[in-house]
Design a binder for this molecule. Structure first.
Ligand code: FE2
Length: 154
């Protein structure tokens, strides 16, 4: 997040840290989704659950209603964007996936689901962040080829 928007405010930073909190609490994971055509509904429900969890935590710690409302909006929209800051959060999420998460996702979900995930994450990137992803030098040859192959199929 701070690479893409160094002046991100508190709500945006909280949203960047907490947008996937649902996974840690409910243990509902994408690997359990058998029909990938249902990914958008799955992601929407995940976003709403994450927003509820983080907003309850913020309320408990007496954050202002304006910060709570902004975090709620950002987390609810982190998968599909729709406004400037939600789009930046979505870009940061995708960029982090490419930089750090592909090896563990591949291990847990297998090749085909990883290809679908790479395509989902790449398609939703802004042109500027696509350039950053295109410059990543993957150390693992299998990952590098998987990313290249997935993007070429878009
Ligand atoms: Fe998410």
């Amino acid at each position: 997040m701070l690479n893409l928007k160094p002046d991100a405010d508190e709500a945006l930073k909280i949203a960047a840290l907490s947008h996937d909190i649902d996974r840690a609490i409910t243990k509902i994971l994408e690997k359990d989704l058998n029909d990938y055509s249902k990914i958008n509904e799955f992601k929407k429900e995940h976003s709403i659950r994450s927003a509820q969890f983080i907003c309850n935590i913020l309320k408990k710690h007496n954050y202002s209603q304006s910060i709570i409302d902004k975090v709620k909006h950002l987390v609810e929209n982190h998968e599909f964007g729709g406004d400037l800051e939600s789009d930046i959060l979505m870009d940061a999420d995708s960029l982090a996936y490419f930089e750090y998460n592909i090896p563990s996702y591949l291990k847990i979900c297998g090749r085909e689901k990883t290809k679908e995930k790479i395509k989902f994450m790449y398609k939703r990137l802004s042109a500027k962040t696509k350039e950053l992803v295109n410059q990543i030098k993957f150390k693992d040859k299998e990952i590098a080829e998987l990313v290249k192959e997935s993007i070429s199929e878009l």
